[in-house]
Structure formats: C-alpha cells, structure tokens
Design a protein around this ligand. Structure first.
Ligand SMILES: [Cu+2]
Length: 310
C-alpha cells in the first residue's frame, strides 16, 4: 500500500554522541579544560543539528524539527537570526561587566569618578536597543503576516479537538468525518512511533495549500504540528484557522499542545502527505468508509432543513 512506503524508518534513531572528555594534559589544565568545553559545545551543537528530523522528534534532539513547509522554513531562519542577535548582546554585556569588574574595582581604581550624566552615552544606550528591536521587528512582522494571511486553499480540513482525540472532516469534499485515536503500546507496529501513531491519519496532498479549521468540542485543545510550524488553539464555539503547504511527502506528527485533561498527552496528531493521485484515491475510499448519514446531523439543524423544505 502507498502508506506503507511512506512509513517512518525503524532505524531512524540516530547514534548518540557524547561531548569529548576533558583533557588532563599536565602543565596546561586550564587551557585544556576550556578547549574541552568548547569542543563539547561544538559536538552538542553539531549533534542537535544532526538529530533534527522531518516530521517527528528524535532522542536527544535540542533544536527544532526540520521544515516541511515554507512557514517553518521562515521560523527556523528567524530563530537562527535571533540566536545570533542574542549571542552578540550577551557577549557584549559580559565583556562590559568583566571590564568594569577588572578595571574599576576598589583596588585597581581607589578614587572613583563622581560623574553621573553623559548625554552621548544616554542617547547611545537608548538608540542602540531601539535599532536592534526595529531590526528584529521587520522579519518578525513579515513572518507573522505569512502565518496569518491564509492563501486561497486547495483543501480545507476541519480538525475538532475532543477529550481525548481528534476528529477530521473535509467540508468541501463531502459529508464525512472520522476520529483519529492514538494506537496503544501493545498494538504498535515496528515502524510506528509510540505516543504519536494514530489509527486514522489526516491525509493531505503534497504542494497544495491546506487550510485547517480548528475547534474544540468540550474544552480548549491546541492543534500543533512542529514541522509545518503551526500551533493554534481549538476553542469550543469558535473556529480558528491556520494553513500549511507540505513540501515533501511523508508523515508528520504533532500533539495537542494545551493542557486539556487527564489524557492530554495521549491525543497525537498524524498528518500523512501524499501525491495528488493518492489523495484522490484516499478521498474516494474515505467518503465510503466514513460516510456520515443525515441522521447524525444535529436535530435542530435537521428540523430547520425539513421546515425549509415544507
Ligand atoms: Cu487536548
């Protein structure tokens, strides 16, 4: 079957790397220790990059999951930019602090200056942070608009959070809706990740704009798929919207991200991205398999429909 071809590799867990042990070379223990620290950092950073994966988390992962949509590509780019900015700021502040402690301590500088104001300095420490914030705001707003402005959708999926599973409907494709429940540990197949696999996945076509309408039927849940860069609350009585365009076929996992009750940790989201033809084949199947008879419509709606017909 097409979906078996796309399953997760069982050997996907990467080899674990450990930071280098500190050198004990006699004579320069301090230098050796700092070299060891730096190499440990480099190894950890490299490992976290190497451990990132598309669509699912990995053991020892510290970074973000790989991007499976244009929005997530932008999120990762913005995250890396902020990491550089914050590292530079931290280094500058640290250097200033060390300089003050060394140069102006009581022993090195017994007679302190009584100066309390310096206009140029005050202007500088006001203007520089503003400039940094403006520099950050530009890509930040660009990303926000990319996430919020939903392009014309090719497929609309309605995801309803329930205690404790998700239901999916495809309102433009017909009257069908199905429940997606987590597979229990004892029923897992070898290639199915624990706590993330579900019985009925949400299926969408690759390279198409998918609009996800999200709501809750009992309490607030949250629909989140890290590799697509989406997370949106599922609130009873309200219809929230988000979107993604999956750029690669495969399976993408997410979880409910709002503490919603005792089984909050056990209502995963699994999105299977397939080719157009596979999606159409699945759709035909799903329409029959999950067909919702008119008798399951809410009574008030059914009554209104029949009143209209008379
Ligand atoms: Cu939930």
């Amino acid at each position: 079957m097409w979906f078996e071809k796309l399953g997760l590799r069982p050997d996907a867990s990467p080899s674990r790397q450990h930071p280098a042990a500190p050198s004990t070379r006699a004579g320069k223990p301090e230098r050796s220790r700092s070299i060891a620290c730096v190499s440990a950092l480099v190894v950890l950073t490299a490992a976290s990059v190497a451990l990132a994966a598309l669509g699912h988390p990995t053991p020892w992962q510290t970074g973000l999951q790989d991007a499976g949509s244009p929005v997530m590509e932008n999120i990762i780019w913005f995250h890396n930019l902020l990491l550089i900015v914050i590292t530079l700021i931290t280094v500058v502040v640290l250097v200033l602090l060390v300089w003050v402690m060394v140069r102006f301590n009581q022993r090195a500088h017994p007679a302190p200056s009584r100066t309390t104001h310096r206009t140029s300095l005050e202007v500088a420490w006001t203007v520089i942070p503003i400039a940094i914030l403006v520099f950050i705001a530009v890509p930040s707003f660009r990303l926000l608009f990319l996430e919020q402005n939903i392009p014309p959708a090719d497929v609309t999926v309605k995801a309803t959070g329930k205690q404790w599973y998700w239901s999916y409907g495809y309102p433009d494709q017909g009257k069908f809706e199905f429940d997606s429940l987590m597979i229990q540990d004892k029923d897992l197949k070898p290639d199915q990740p624990r706590l993330l696999s579900v019985d009925n996945e949400m299926v969408v076509p690759v390279d198409k704009i998918v609009r996800v309408q999200v709501t809750g039927s009992d309490v607030i849940h949250s629909f989140a798929v890290p590799s697509f860069g989406i997370k949106i609350d599922a609130i009873p009585g309200r219809l929230n919207e988000t979107w993604f365009k999956a750029t690669k076929e495969g399976i993408y996992y997410g979880q409910c991200s709002e503490l919603c009750g005792k089984n909050h940790a056990f209502m995963p989201i699994a999105v299977r991205v397939v080719s157009d033809s596979d999606f159409n084949a699945w759709l035909e199947d799903a329409k029959k398999k999950y067909a919702r008879g008119d008798d399951s419509l809410p009574r008030a709606l059914a009554a209104r429909e029949s009143a209209k017909a008379e």
